[in-house]
Write a protein that binds this ligand. Structure first.
Ligand SMILES: Cc1cc2nc3c(=O)[nH]c(=O)nc-3n(C[C@H](O)[C@H](O)[C@H](O)COP(=O)(O)OP(=O)(O)OC[C@H]3O[C@@H](n4cnc5c(N)ncnc54)[C@H](O)[C@@H]3O)c2cc1C
Length: 475
């Protein structure tokens, strides 16, 4: 019997367009697919509750797909360095294959593992499955990392990209004897308080669902993406973010499918959508060059910013009780669905950092825990962008006006009423500023300001001037 190959799944939870899997299959040897829940790495940022829910179901789906090939997914809990050594011994493997990750702790750990295995004479190969290009492949002419999106995008587009998508596997050889494995439940990914069980009815992790979503998005929505993507009351975006986060679909597959359909749809919308996928690449590029991106500001002078720490205000923001309906609807969408529309992510993040002057790291951490698509690159770079301290960041004087943003992007209050049912009787005239409605209107709308819905926790004009003053200090 030939030696087996260890195929280590990480954030590439799919069988299609998976270079590590393709490579393992090409060796024509028994393959042992494994997943290690390595929560012991001290440097690692622990997954948030919503992400763990997604991961659980994604692994379950992948495992079922592997079963369809007569294979299995083996689960392990603990330090990857140790676990891999154990399995190699037990399964007599002489090759370990994985797809690369780009978080600093993972890079450090993987390098240690690679060196250790190489020293033992074990073959190790790793591949890029998660990005269009490796972060180090896109650099400015001076060799420095890009800090502005457009030149980054141009550099990326000027690269020759192989458009070949790897064929789906036909056969995955199983070993005669399987090493011992835990059960998926042993990884304890589902929270005991059952906060995440509500996602069961809302989301379907896995590659099949990701492909289906992409198809539906292309057929029904992509032509209007350029305009609809900013309207949170419409289903205007792809909602592929959690699938991309856990590698259930590859960005190459998305771009190829879009290019394949290019002649049928609105060119401007297609380009805008591709740009968003490139924003994702840009964020990963930033993560690679600024490994502490979720803690430290890219624009260093912002490290001295004097934030107004205030637990009460943070709680009101997180619970969606700021008194600004578009902000509150966003925060309640996040809590109840594990996802938030991009426009509203910007509005809520701006409110936290500029209206409340609370540190962006607090908001980033809340999103990290509650988003099903919580992504080390996209989340931190999104927060830094809004706070004004990131790459290509919104200028410091750009302070989203939550009333105008609501009026412009949710004019009838459809989105607001979905997540704030207590305002459902209010007319579009007052839905973005309920405090301006007189007592008769409030009464007719079944609203008791201060009881059923709060008044604003801070006056917009006051907050705007205060933020401008503070931001000007470090400009
Ligand atoms: C404060 C803040 C926090 C964010 N946190 C995350 C996060 O944790 N995870 C995450 O995936 N995205 C994050 N984003 C980016 C963006 O909001 C989401 O990717 C998007 O809302 C996901 O919805 P969608 O899949 O329908 O997007 P679409 O509009 O359909 O876009 C397609 C894909 O492009 C990528 N993308 C879109 N916009 C961005 C962007 N601005 N930056 C990077 N990639 C982008 C995503 O992978 C997305 O799935 C954040 C943005 C902000 C402002």
């Amino acid at each position: 019997m030939k030696n087996s190959v260890l195929l280590w799944f990480r954030i590439d939870l799919r069988l299609s367009d998976n270079p590590a899997l393709e490579n393992a299959i090409n060796l024509n040897r028994p393959i042992i697919p494994i997943y290690i829940h390595d929560d012991e790495d001290a440097l690692q940022r622990k997954l948030g509750g919503a992400s763990k829910w997604w991961l659980f179901h994604s692994l379950k789906t992948l495992s079922l797909e592997l079963k369809g090939f007569g294979s299995r997914l083996l689960y392990f809990n603990g330090k990857a360095e140790k676990i891999i050594q154990q399995i190699i011994k037990e399964a007599k493997s002489d090759t370990v294959i994985w797809n690369r990750r780009y978080e600093p702790w993972a890079v450090k750990r993987d390098t240690i593992i690679k060196n250790q295995l190489n020293n033992q004479g074990i073959n190790v190969s790793s591949f890029n499955s998660n990005l269009l290009f490796e972060p180090w492949e896109i650099k400015s002419k001076t060799g420095n990392p890009f800090k502005v999106f457009t030149p980054y995008k141009n550099a990326l587009l000027s690269k020759d990209r192989s458009s070949k998508i790897i064929e789906d596997p036909k056969n995955i050889l199983a070993p005669k004897l399987w090493p011992a494995s835990l059960n998926l439940n042993d990884l304890k990914l589902l929270d005991q308080k059952n906060w995440s069980t509500k996602f069961d009815k809302m989301w379907k992790p896995g590659n099949k669902e990701a492909k289906l979503k992409l198809d539906i998005f292309i057929k029904n929505r992509i032509s209007n993406y350029d305009t609809d993507r900013d309207m949170p009351g419409l289903e205007g975006t792809s909602k592929l973010s959690p699938h991309l986060r856990f590698g259930e679909i590859s960005p190459r597959e998305i771009i190829n499918t879009i290019n394949f359909n290019a002649s049928k749809y609105n060119v401007k919308s297609l380009e805008t959508f591709k740009s968003e996928i490139i924003w994702r690449e840009f964020a990963h590029n930033l993560l690679w060059y600024f490994p502490e991106i979720h803690k430290k500001t890219i624009k260093r002078k912002f490290e001295n910013f004097k934030w107004n720490y205030n637990n009460k205000n943070f709680d009101l923001w997180a619970k969606g009780l700021t008194g600004y309906p578009i902000v509150d609807a966003g925060m309640r969408e996040l809590w109840s669905t594990g996802w938030m529309h991009n426009r509203v992510r910007m509005i809520t993040a701006s409110f936290l950092t500029k209206h409340l002057l609370l540190p962006w790291q607090l908001g980033e951490a809340w999103f990290w825990d509650t988003l099903i698509d919580a992504d080390p690159a996209n989340n931190a770079s999104g927060w830094q962008w809004v706070a004004g301290c990131g790459a290509d960041a919104a200028p410091y004087f750009r302070i989203f006006n939550p009333i105008l943003q609501g009026q412009k992007f949710d004019p009838k209050g459809i989105y607001i009423k979905t997540f704030l049912p207590e305002l459902k009787m209010l007319s579009p005239k007052f839905i973005h500023e309920p405090w301006k409605a007189d007592s008769a209107i409030l009464k007719n709308s079944d609203i008791n300001l201060g009881e059923t819905y709060p008044p604003p926790i801070v006056d917009h004009q006051f907050a705007r001037k205060r933020a401008l003053r503070k931001y000007a200090e470090i400009k």
